[in-house]
Design a protein around this ligand. Structure first.
Ligand code: UD1
Ligand code: MG
Length: 496
């Protein structure tokens, strides 16, 4: 916010409407884009504009919407009030119900926005408020000039070009419908004017509703100044009515988020296939390759490479890390570490600096030390792996006995041979070895190697006796003949 910006005394967010075109059991304003609900985005804008109070007016599925607001309040973000709209319909009644939960003597600027308009920014609310206060206006309405003004309310100006009133499409005549300047539905009101004029608004119109738009004509009749704040950026006032608009606004929001990061020094090779939630943080000179999704509270440090085809939700990635073709949730990847391709990092995974989680590896609640490697084909659940340890290909951390989960420790610089099973709970000390193919059920001390598998035995002549006449037997004979011609007759010693 600039120093000259004026803060609204209150923002009233209208969100009582039904949203039938969503065809959903979820209330419209709780549908999500960019990692937050539509209402969440409206609440962020109000908060960002520094409103002293924010009120959300609800009615349709009020308990679910109220629960969402409570959830946000519980996160310690500034407290948002809830106002219940009664059975009187219309945006005017909604605004009135919003005013009712604010102090009766509230003065200053009251901004009215909508819960289904997610791209409106805090900056625009601040600019609207500033324009309103500096003009000494009673009402300032955000308007846009559209080629196709559709069913929006029309802005009717007098001969001098001053805003006279707004006429709803359903109440408009042909001349009024030809007007291309439309009401966005977002306004700044002087609090006293809003209170006084709403009391006079009737439901005498085509829809039998109490129109908020009627306040403009009434304020002007009372000698107040009514002005328009024309917004060029049409997306900011665009609302969501159905799922096609939800997708479209989601795409535009994502494009704006990508642009913000690119301007801050992040390379995004293909913004169209890169999805970044609004709260995600990314350091300078990090590169995002196509098909990357950074979601929730994910943070990525500087000079890392993420993608192609990576989805990270609520993850923390350090500097100079590389993550290719992977899925991560609530995982931490420290500086210079590498992940992928085809890795699945489940909650509680912490990969130390310069560590590695490689191809077809699944990890869960696993602390993997600095420089430690889990490179190939492994399930690593409920484990602590020390710095510099190496987990061989195909190792399975058997953490679940069907009843309880157990923990496995692998010490610093220890080495687990390929295709081993570590049956939890079990401890492998620092500086220990596990031979390939072992099933480890007991502790291994420092400096030991544990071998837990059957010894190898070779049985001579078995193929001839049990697989006579097969291609395998022919191959064996040919190999024996070749060896004989070089080395003389083979040993006849047999095992049985
Ligand atoms: C409204 C404006 C119209 C403007 C358009 C912009 C009025 C009378 N008309 O029309 O001039 O061009 O928005 O999109 O204001 N709501 C409530 N309670 C209600 C009715 C609506 O909270 O009783 C909320 C809705 O949830 C929605 C917003 O107000 O968020 C707008 O309601 P909507 O029915 O879409 O108004 P429009 O008829 O489109
Ligand atoms: Mg509408």
């Amino acid at each position: 916010m600039s120093d000259t910006a004026h803060r609204p005394a209150a923002v009233i967010i209208l969100a009582a409407g039904e949203g039938t075109r969503m065809k959903s059991t979820t209330p419209k304003v709780l549908h999500r884009i960019g990692g937050d609900t539509l209402l969440g985005h409206a609440m962020r804008a109000a908060r960002g504009a520094g409103a002293d109070s924010t009120v959300v007016v609800i009615r349709h599925q009020r308990d679910r919407v109220a629960a969402f607001i409570e959830e946000c309040n519980a996160k310690g973000e500034s407290r948002v009030l809830v106002a219940d709209q009664d059975e009187v319909k219309g945006t005017g009644r909604a605004a009135e119900c919003g005013l009712d939960v604010l102090p009766a003597d509230l003065t200053g600027t009251v901004v009215v926005t909508m819960g289904d308009v997610p791209l409106l920014t805090a900056e625009t609310i601040s600019q609207l408020t500033t324009a309103h206060v500096e003009a000494g206006a009673a009402v300032t309405v955000i308007t846009s000039i559209l080629d196709d003004a559709k069913m929006y309310g029309r802005v009717i100006r007098d001969a001098d070009g001053n805003v006279e009133r707004i006429v709803e499409f359903k109440d408009a005549d042909e001349t009024q419908r030809a007007v291309r300047e439309i009401n966005s539905g977002i306004y700044a009101f002087d609090a006293d004017v809003l209170r006084a004029q709403l009391a006079k608004v009737t439901t005498d119109n085509a829809q039998g509703e109490k129109y908020l738009t009627d306040v403009l004509a009434l304020a002007r009749e009372d000698g107040g100044r009514v002005i328009a704040h024309v917004l060029q950026d049409l997306w900011q006032t665009e609302g969501v009515n159905d799922r096609t608009q939800l997708a479209e606004l989601g795409r535009v929001l994502n494009q704006r988020t990508c642009e913000r990061h690119m301007r801050a020094g992040v390379t995004i090779v293909d913004p169209a296939s890169t999805w970044i939630d609004v709260d995600v943080e990314i350091g300078q000179d990090t590169t995002l390759l196509p098909g990357t999704q950074l979601l929730g509270a994910t943070t990525v440090g500087a000079e890392s490479v993420v993608g192609p085809e990576v989805t990270l939700t609520d993850c923390e990635v350090g500097d100079r890390a590389t993550i290719r073709r992977a899925e991560g949730h609530l995982a931490v990847v420290h500086d210079d570490a590498t992940v992928g391709p085809y890795s699945y990092l489940r909650p509680g995974t912490v990969l130390g600096a310069k560590g590695k989680i490689g191809g077809f590896v699944e990890t869960k609640n696993a602390q993997i030390g600095a420089g430690a490697k889990v490179p190939h084909l492994t399930y690593c659940g409920d484990a602590t792996i020390g710095d510099g340890a190496n987990i061989g290909a195909g190792t399975i951390f058997a953490n679940y006995d069907g009843v309880t989960k157990g923990h496995t420790n692998v010490g610093r610089h220890s080495f687990v041979g390929s295709n081993s099973v570590l049956v939890a709970p079990v401890d492998i000390a620092d500086g220990a070895y596990v031979a390939a193919g072992s099933a480890i059920t007991g502790a291994v001390a420092p400096g030991q190697i544990a071998i837990a598998r059957g010894n190898q035995r070779n049985i001579d002549g078995w193929v001839d006796r049990r697989r006579a006449g097969t291609a395998t037997a022919d191959a064996a004979h040919a190999a024996e003949r070749a060896a004989q011609s070089v080395e003389g007759p083979p040993s006849s010693e047999t095992l049985s």
